[in-house]
Write a protein that binds this ligand. Structure first.
Ligand code: HMG
Ligand code: MG
Length: 299
């Protein structure tokens, strides 16, 4: 049953972006910088550090330019940012962002609520971003939201996820992160989705991004790993959610993912004790409960 387990899995720490974008307490730029600098010391090789979106839509991300200008960039760590359009991409380039992400959806209604356009229009907006990124040698990640359910439309067809994912890859994204934005997926649905994606997309180009609203994220991650997925998005202390997906809780907690993987003999390169300390201090700063079970048990 567990014969397909890998030796290593890569964690993409999305706490500073997906985590903080939905927290009630808006952190100062300096607090975000300190947070990212602490994360840079735990051994994580990919950190999503902010987003260049409209401050009217997501005020929590308004200081991403200052954040990118000031964080201590550690060699070997990729610090990325969301850029939904050319304006966002240009702003990101002004502060030396090394990797960007565009974010689409498999649900029309979610696309409209989140980025104010249809799926087709979003692809048209993303195309010049990816073109310009190629000119600057900037890798582009593609997100697809609502892959296992939508807060407005309910069930989402697997074919719709595959269509948007392949469109983003054809455009030039190097990886697709499949987002269970509201955390409604269960292992069998996850299996069906990933198997459908794998018919047309190599596993090396897929990542998974689970929110833990219904406590299913670790089970879904294990399912994904068994199917060959090797890149997992997670957020320290289980911070966050999506402001345009009511009820979505935070991402699966990084500490919980790392604990599960390490205790199954799968390396992440992350120092779990240091990660727990970062999660504890961030929860304290945000005056919220620590969303990581491991963070609480290990404290
Ligand atoms: P719009 O209102 O249609 O944009 O928003 P617009 O082009 O009409 O411009 C309106 C105003 O916004 C103008 O300013 C623009 O300059 C400004 P004004 O003239 O009114 O002063 N503007 C910008 N400002 C800063 N940066 C920009 C930018 N673009 C325009 N990049 C837009 C369209 C996409 C900008 C807006 O809908 C938006 O910012 N949406 C972002 C929503 C968001 O960040 N959601 C959370 C991230 S997605 C997520 O969490 C899911 C994920 O985690 C995966 C998962 O869990 O599924 C990735
Ligand atoms: Mg998310």
């Amino acid at each position: 049953m567990f014969d397909l387990l890998p030796k290593t899995v890569e964690i993409v720490e999305v706490g500073p972006r997906d985590g903080l974008q939905n927290e009630k307490t808006s952190l100062s730029a300096q607090d975000k910088i300190d947070f990212i600098d602490q994360l840079s010391l735990v051994g994580c090789k990919r950190i999503e550090a902010g987003s260049f979106v409209s401050p009217k839509w997501v005020p929590q991300m308004a200081s991403s330019d200052e954040v990118f200008r000031t964080i201590k960039r550690v060699d070997g760590i990729r610090y990325s940012a969301l850029t939904p359009n050319m304006k966002g991409f240009d702003l990101a380039m002004q502060v030396g962002v090394q990797e960007v992400a565009i974010f689409g959806a498999a649900s029309q209604s979610f696309s409209q609520k989140n980025i104010n356009c249809s799926i087709q229009e979003s692809l048209e907006r993303f195309a010049p971003v990816v073109e310009k990124a190629k000119q600057h040698n900037i890798p582009v990640r593609g997100y697809v939201s609502c892959v296992l359910g939508c807060p407005y439309e309910g069930d989402i067809k697997v074919e719709d996820v595959v269509t948007v994912s392949t469109a983003l890859l054809d455009m030039g994204c190097y990886e697709i992160s499949l987002g269970d934005t509201i955390g409604v997926g269960t292992p069998l649905k996850t299996k069906a989705l990933i198997e459908a994606c794998l018919l047309v997309i190599p596993s090396s180009q897929l990542a998974v991004h689970f929110h833990d609203t219904y406590g299913q994220a670790l089970a879904n991650i294990l399912t994904a790993i068994q199917l060959g997925i090797r890149v997992i998005d997670s957020s320290v202390a289980g911070l966050g959610g999506c402001p345009y997906a009511k009820g979505a809780s935070g991402n699966v907690a990084s500490e919980d993912v790392v604990y599960m993987l390490h205790n199954m003999g799968i390396n992440t390169g992350i120092d779990l004790n240091k990660l727990i300390q970062v999660g504890k201090s961030m929860s304290h700063k945000l005056n919220r409960n620590n969303g990581s079970k491991v963070g609480v048990a290990g404290s």
